[in-house]
Ligand binder design. Structure first.
Ligand SMILES: Cc1cc2nc3c(=O)[nH]c(=O)nc-3n(C[C@H](O)[C@H](O)[C@H](O)COP(=O)(O)O)c2cc1C
Length: 187
């Protein structure tokens, strides 16, 4: 697929099914993440690959974190959280591994992971798959960090759900360039 076609044609796929990318396609998609802009070559990208029955364990971790955060959480909410990772055959937990650096603050390392996430979404689209970046109410909580067993220097940036789109994604409404770009004139 032409690069601009991939950029302009990608949209998020909320409903994903089997198969997930495998073999060479998966390797190309993952390699695309490692081409994200990266100040200082710190390589902050950490992706934990969750598939098969481990998705159920991930669901347990989500529910456990929510319960730790709010012991009064409704059972329906916990059941939904347990089921969330089953919405796609492949889930990537995205984390930024933050290094101390005199010129590269944590925010730049987090932004690099965000770029890597977009690289994955674009590469998955170019390979004929779909994906969506999700977060959720507890994504940024220390309780989830602990439940996932992330290292002290890793920050969760969200979840990438990857698979085969179950339905054609609706075309997002066109945005006007002029709403987002304007000439800068020196004040
Ligand atoms: C940091 C981040 C977190 C997001 N979290 C969610 C989420 O939890 N649930 C959701 O439905 N969409 C979430 N989105 C939005 C979707 O990934 C997607 O961008 C949106 O549905 C628009 O679709 P599009 O990418 O086709 O324009 C998130 C996006 C970003 C960048």
């Amino acid at each position: 697929m032409d690069a601009l076609d991939a950029l302009l044609g990608r949209s998020s796929a909320p409903r994903l099914t089997d198969p997930a990318p495998q073999g060479d396609a998966r390797e190309r998609i993952f390699r695309a993440a490692l081409r994200a802009p990266d100040h200082g070559r710190l390589r902050p990208w950490r992706f934990l690959v969750v598939e098969g029955q481990q998705r159920e364990r991930l669901g347990d971790a989500l529910a456990c974190a929510m319960q730790a955060r709010d012991p009064q959480t409704d059972e329906g909410v916990l059941a939904k959280l347990r089921g969330n990772p089953l919405r796609a055959p492949l889930v990537l937990l995205m984390a930024a591994r933050i290094s101390e650096h005199p010129k590269v603050p944590a925010i730049e390392q987090q932004l690099s992971v965000a770029c890597a996430a977009q690289c994955i979404l674009l590469a998955a689209h170019a390979e004929g798959f779909g994906g969506i970046w999700r977060s959720g109410a507890i994504a940024w909580s220390p309780e989830l960090h602990a439940a996932l067993g992330l290292a002290a220097d890793e920050q969760l940036m969200g979840f990438l759900y990857i698979g085969t789109p179950a339905a054609a994604a609706p075309r997002p409404p066109e945005a006007a360039l002029t709403d987002h770009f304007r000439a800068w004139i020196a004040p």
